[in-house]
Design a protein around this ligand. Structure first.
Ligand SMILES: [Zn+2]
Length: 278
């Protein structure tokens, strides 16, 4: 599954092809959306914004197209008037005189008033997107002390889109390595320093991953460049302490960590080993 940085880069590529130019073709497969074709023709797309795994295409007409690709949907960019050769079923065409963006196979599609889009059931349920420019360390800390999340194990919590949208497995592994925290820890048990470290890592790791892969080599040479410190590095030395990175399974997904830097405190270990209360 793609994670926040990959989804945002895909959105950037769609936006680069289409934002700001008048739409000459607007086509929806979905019968219920046909009425918007004429309304949106001649209008422009202002921005394309990921929210978790959903994509919001904002038109200059106070309307927003919501799409969620689930497992099978895929967006493509094509030159105006051309269509990729594919057996997938076409769902949406948004085309300027230069380029087209095309959505295939997705079925989770809706058009809302831009002002109301936050009430969409999926968007209302998920947490803030970690790559949203408005999301900051204070917001991450507030999320960590929220009653809904404070007593959950970090290993599972960081994968829960209701906690924060845009995190997946590699980001979870790298955030906990950077914050020097074991996956059995819970936000409620962290001291102030640990909580700050975690909130900063939640901000920092996805942003570095997004930036690095966006601007390739120049960025890769910088000291702050993103690379995996723990993810898929089992047996290799931890860059902080030299201990061998260990592979485990946490919340049913592969997990990699440094057994020394991310040591599990005894209390957390006892709790983790205790049979779950029903
Ligand atoms: Zn270490």
């Amino acid at each position: 599954m793609p994670e926040g940085p990959e989804i945002r880069r895909a959105a950037d590529a769609l936006a680069a092809a289409i934002v700001g130019e008048p739409l000459v073709t607007v086509w929806f497969h979905d019968r219920a959306l046909k009425k918007y074709e004429r309304v949106l023709r001649g209008r422009r797309i202002e921005s394309i914004e990921p929210r978790g795994k959903a994509l919001l295409t904002h038109f200059d007409y106070g309307l927003t197209l919501y799409t969620h690709n689930q497992l099978y949907g895929v967006w493509r960019v094509a030159k105006a008037g051309t269509r990729p050769r594919t057996r997938r079923s076409l769902r949406i065409v948004l085309e300027t005189s230069e380029n087209a963006i095309l959505l295939y196979s997705a079925t989770d599609i809706a058009i809302w008033k831009t002002d109301d889009i936050g009430s969409h059931p999926f968007l209302a349920r998920i947490g803030p997107d970690v790559l949203d420019p408005a999301f900051d360390v204070a917001a991450a800390k507030a999320r960590l002390v929220d009653r809904r999340f404070a007593r959950r194990n970090l290993g599972a919590l960081l994968l829960d889109q209701e906690f924060l949208a845009g995190l997946g497995n590699y980001l979870r592994v790298e955030i906990l390595w950077q914050a020097k925290l074991a996956p059995e820890r819970r936000p409620a048990d962290l001291d102030a320093r640990e909580r700050t470290r975690l909130a900063e890592a939640i901000l920092d790791v996805p942003v570095r991953s997004y930036r690095m892969r966006t601007n390739s080599r120049a960025k890769a040479l910088q000291k702050t460049a993103f690379r995996f410190r723990a993810y898929h590095r089992a047996g290799k030395p931890c860059e902080r302490c030299g201990s061998a990175i260990v592979r485990a399974t946490v919340a049913s997904r592969p997990f990699h960590f440094c057994p020394l830097c991310q040591k599990t405190p005894d209390a957390a270990m006892k709790r983790a080993l205790r049979p779950a209360r029903s």
